[in-house]
Ligand binder design. Structure first.
Ligand code: AMO
Length: 434
């Protein structure tokens, strides 16, 4: 018999249905047996009068999280809190038994829950995270497609590092070594030189950062954009804010009720433009608020600085987003274009959302000689990146773009505190399984 999803049972009152899902709870009373069954769309109470027959014995033996298939008649019953209906069971089949004790409970710590991620993901709130991720990527693609972007899938095996500054994973590659891509940076820029005009990629990137923070992973999904014929990095920010507004509006339209129910937060659609602060303004605000950046940051913001700036902008403008621009060359890669009138500052930005960096972007240096000089200044060996540098010798348009961490966006959207919760299967220095 064809399966009926629990969320659609309301329109099936009076008919016989087949429901497939998991046992949430069993109440095995003297005269009546109740099983609450769950599928990915919701919960339903099912009921059967207890008899001295094999079916009642089977129901009595059911354990939580056992996979079952049952048929029965849908009966409207206003008194039942779960959707005002129940199913009177005709038959039930056990598909896959779960043992009486489960390895995790609602109270288990995060690490244990990650060991048993498939069970942890059965919780409706976790399902919602990935429904939202799906809807977010869909909305992103809708916007890009409408604006004429091309989707690329760039290789993740590379012969050279792709992102100076961050750590590399080296893997054996036949007789030689390869590096796992830390970013599609070079390849999305190559598409500009190829005349693709505007591109995006959603894909995995790898960083051998031995960091145990709540916002870093060694493998994460990066959302990358690159746009040609821009005047400056401001064009890139203008694109990003319109795009994010569209994505958040779309998530609000589709999922705001569920987000409020499971995460207790509202999906807020930001107004345009997002506020912008130059790095010089940012330093002054941090000084005013008494936050001292240590010399180790080399002029970059630290996580507390990012939180303070967002708190400041929230107080002043009510906005949750802020673009911080013009980072010093000391903390930016060689490919960022520098300001003509202020050569120590890059034409770059980070986007902070509620205290967390979600994006880095910039106008790129597309003039071959300047790019080579900047690479040399940073101490790079040119030979391994020759294929990249060649892109700037045969007619390359001015361009810029950004990279956004998908899991970080989910964290900020839902108020989830740890990237491990917002990643399907987290990878960190101490986690390679499941
Ligand atoms: P960046 O290195 O800042 O820039 O990365 C872009 C965005 O990716 C996210 N991110 C991470 N998320 C989880 N775990 C990590 N270890 C991690 N590192 C970074 C952040 C960050 O803003 N090529 C440039 C982008 C560009 O200029 O187009 C780059 O990779 O949200």
């Amino acid at each position: 018999m064809e399966r009926t999803l629990i969320s659609t049972l309301k329109s099936a009152v009076g008919s016989t249905v087949c429901v497939k899902g998991w046992v949430q709870t069993l109440r095995d009373q003297k005269r009546v047996q109740f099983i609450v069954v769950r599928d990915h769309t919701g919960l339903v109470q099912t009921v059967r009068e207890k008899k001295e027959d094999p079916l009642s014995v089977l129901i009595s033996s059911l354990t939580a999280e056992t996979a079952v298939e049952l048929t029965g008649t849908v009966v409207a019953n206003e008194k039942i809190k779960l959707g005002g209906l129940e199913i009177a069971i005709d038959d039930l089949k056990v598909i896959n038994v779960a043992p009486p004790t489960l390895p995790i409970t609602e109270e288990s710590g995060l690490d244990l829950r990650l060991d048993w991620r498939f069970l942890d993901l059965r919780r409706p709130a976790n399902y919602l995270i990935f429904q939202i991720q799906t809807a977010a990527e869909h909305a992103m693609r809708e916007f890009w497609t409408r604006e004429g972007f091309i989707e690329i899938h760039s290789p993740k095996f590379m012969g050279s590092p792709s992102e100076s500054g961050s750590e590399l994973f080296t893997v054996k590659y036949f007789e030689t070594n390869a590096y796992l891509a830390q970013s599609p940076q070079f390849y999305k820029q190559m598409a500009m030189s190829a005349g693709f005009d505007k591109v995006f990629e959603i894909g995995p990137v790898f960083r051998a950062e031995p960091s145990f923070t709540s916002r870093h992973a060694t493998e994460f999904t990066s959302v990358d954009v690159e746009i040609s014929w821009i005047e400056s990095h401001d064009d890139v920010m203008k694109f990003e804010e319109r795009w994010l507004q569209y994505v958040l509006q779309s998530l609000k339209d589709k999922h705001s009720e569920a987000v409020a129910k499971y995460f207790g937060v509202e999906v807020e659609v930001p107004t345009l433009p997002f506020p912008r602060l130059s790095m010089q303004e940012a330093y002054a605000i941090l000084a005013q608020r008494g936050h001292v950046l240590s010399a180790e940051t080399k002029g970059d913001l630290d996580p507390e600085g990012e939180r303070q700036l967002c708190a400041h902008m929230k107080e002043k403008t009510g906005h949750d987003f802020v673009f911080v621009t013009d980072y010093p060359i000391s903390v930016r890669p060689f490919y960022h274009m520098r300001h003509a009138d202020s050569p120590k500052a890059t034409k770059s930005f980070d986007l902070l959302w509620k205290g967390l960096e979600v994006t880095t972007g910039a106008q790129r240096e597309h003039r071959y000689d300047v790019l080579v000089q900047q690479a040399q200044e940073k101490g790079l060996t040119l030979d391994p990146i020759k294929y990249y540098l060649e892109c700037f010798r045969y007619g390359c348009p001015p361009h810029g773009g950004f990279g956004l961490g998908l899991a970080r966006v989910l964290m900020m959207l839902l108020g989830v505190k740890n990237i491990r919760e917002a990643t399907y299967l987290y990878r960190g220095p101490n986690r390679l399984t499941p």
